[in-house]
Structure formats: structure tokens, C-alpha cells
Design a protein around this ligand. Structure first.
Ligand SMILES: [Mg+2]
Length: 288
């Protein structure tokens, strides 16, 4: 069942849309202005948002651009639904990041057809961005997020750090317990990442038994604290079938002009030192 967020300040319009969506078999959540819509999108991560434009507190244009910059909503499909039907309104809406623009009054059949088409697109986006086994961002999504976070670093001058995490002796886990058990370890590790990381952190599966987590607005000192919490949580966890598994971690903070490749390479080199130093430990890269 798809989850759809309706954002509109008009209760009667929300009710009409809600009835049609529910008859089409969808789960519906509602917000009555743009600000609440943005908050609910972050919290509930709907598959699709139907967004009014003229609303109090925050209009649909601003809400749309905020939803678009939220990594938690990266796959969401946005349909703007507005009484404003000039070409310039549609252009503005689509340029703000909406995927489709419909006008009021609307034909329910057309809205449902647009919703169903949008849900197919949202599913394609989701599959392109998330790792199937763990549900974390995949490497491709991580690269996009890193590119964006590095440009924000340039604009705001905040720290941006990264933790690379590699499970120790993971090949032995697979060899001893089988790939089914190995996959369960990877899923548990993803759960630990989701639990320990802060809401603004961006964990991903880098590939194989290696994970990476971007830490926006975090300097090396605070990144070390996050890394140490992760290391300790992994060490403390009882993995079903397998028992105890540890991880080695490497940390880097992006330098002022540093590019993606160098930022990752320094975290990776720190990770290598953690392995060389005896595993189940964390090492920080020296500054770029
Ligand atoms: Mg309105």
C-alpha cells in the first residue's frame, strides 16, 4: 500500500482527495499548511505528496523546495495541485521541483491516474537509490549526497565528516555460517547505524561488508564520538547465529577545497590503519 501525503489548507478539498485515494487502495496522511507538510514528509517519508500552492504559514512552492532538499524524501514524487493555472504558475511549480502540476477543479480520474503513474516513478527512484538488502542508501545515492554536502560545506563553511566502517573478518562469517547468516549480519549492522546515527547523518552501504556514513555539520572531534558510539554498539550487539562481530572504522573531515575522491580516500586510509592496528578500533585521518 502506497503512503500519500495531502497538503492543503482546505479541509473539504482534502476530504475529497482522501476519499478517492482511499478508494484506490492508498494510505493517506494529511497536513493543513506547507510547514506541517514538510515536517510530515520528513517524519513519515510518503511515496507521494499532493501539494496545494496557496496556503498560510508556508506556501506550496517553499514547501516543495524544502522537501526536495531533504535526503529522507529523496525518492518522493510531488504533484502540485493548485487553482492557479497560468503557464507561469506551472513553470514555477515544476522549476521548484514538483514532478507534475495539476489545476483545480480537478477530475478525480485524472488525479488518480497521475498518482498511480507517479508511484511507479517513485518506486523506480527508490530502487535506484537504496540498497535492497539493508534499505540504506546505496553507493550511487551516497555519491550524490556527498556531492551536495560538499557544495553546502563551501557555502556555509560548516564541517563535513565521514565514517567508513568495515566488518572485521566478515569472509570467515560467510564461510562458517553461510551467506544467509552473513546477510543477517549486514541487516543488523544497518539497524545499528540507523539507531546510533543522528537524524541528520546519512548512512549508506558502500558495498560488500563496507558501510559509510556522511556526517553533515560535524567536525572531526564530534565525528570521532559518533564513530566510537558505532564501534561500541557493534561490539555490544549479539548477532543471531553468529554471535560477536566487530568493525574497524576510519574517519575524515573534508578539507576546505577537498574533492570527493580525496575525502573518501583519507577515510579509507584511516580505516586501513585501524585494521593494521588490530581491528575493532577507530582511526582518524590527518587534516587535508
Ligand atoms: Mg490553498
Amino acid at each position: 500500500m502506497a503512503k500519500i501525503l495531502i497538503v492543503d489548507d482546505n479541509t473539504a478539498i482534502r476530504d475529497v482527495i482522501k476519499i478517492h485515494l482511499m478508494m484506490a487502495g492508498h494510505e493517506v496522511i494529511e497536513a493543513e499548511n506547507g510547514r506541517q507538510g514538510v515536517e510530515m514528509a520528513t517524519e513519515h517519508q510518503p511515496d507521494l505528496v499532493i501539494l496545494d500552492v496557496m496556503m498560510p504559514e508556508m506556501d506550496g512552492m517553499e514547501a516543495c523546495s524544502q522537501i526536495r532538499t531533504d535526503p529522507a524524501c529523496a525518492a518522493v514524487y510531488v504533484i502540485m495541485l493548485s487553482a492557479r493555472g497560468e503557464t507561469s504558475d506551472k513553470v514555477d511549480g515544476l522549476n521548484t521541483g514538483a514532478d507534475a502540476y495539476l489545476t483545480k477543479p480537478f477530475e478525480p480520474d485524472e488525479l488518480i491516474a497521475q498518482v498511480n503513474a507517479g508511484l511507479r516513478t517513485a518506486e523506480d527512484r527508490r530502487q535506484a537509490m537504496y540498497d535492497l538488502l539493508t534499505g540504506l542508501f546505496n553507493r550511487r545515492a551516497f555519491d550524490d549526497l556527498m556531492h551536495r554536502e560538499l557544495s553546502l560545506r563551501d557555502r556555509h563553511g560548516h564541517g563535513l565528516s565521514m565514517v567508513m566502517i568495515d566488518l572485521d573478518h566478515f569472509k570467515a562469517v560467510n564461510d562458517t555460517y553461510g551467506h544467509h547468516a552473513g546477510d543477517a549480519v549486514l541487516r543488523d549492522l544497518a539497524d545499528i547505524l540507523r539507531e546510533v546515527c543522528r537524524p541528520s547523518d546519512l548512512p549508506c552501504r558502500w558495498g560488500g561488508e563496507e558501510f559509510a556514513c556522511l556526517l553533515p555539520q560535524t567536525d572531526l572531534e564530534n565525528a570521532l564520538k559518533v564513530g566510537e558510539r558505532l564501534r561500541a554498539a557493534i561490539e555490544a550487539h549479539d548477532f543471531p547465529e553468529v554471535g560477536k562481530v566487530t568493525a574497524s572504522l576510519g574517519i575524515s573531515q573534508a578539507g576546505p577545497e577537498e574533492n570527493e575522491e580525496s575525502f573518501c580516500k583519507r577515510a579509507d586510509e584511516a580505516l586501513y590503519r585501524a585494521k593494521e592496528g588490530g581491528r575493532n578500533r577507530i582511526e582518524a585521518a590527518t587534516s587535508a
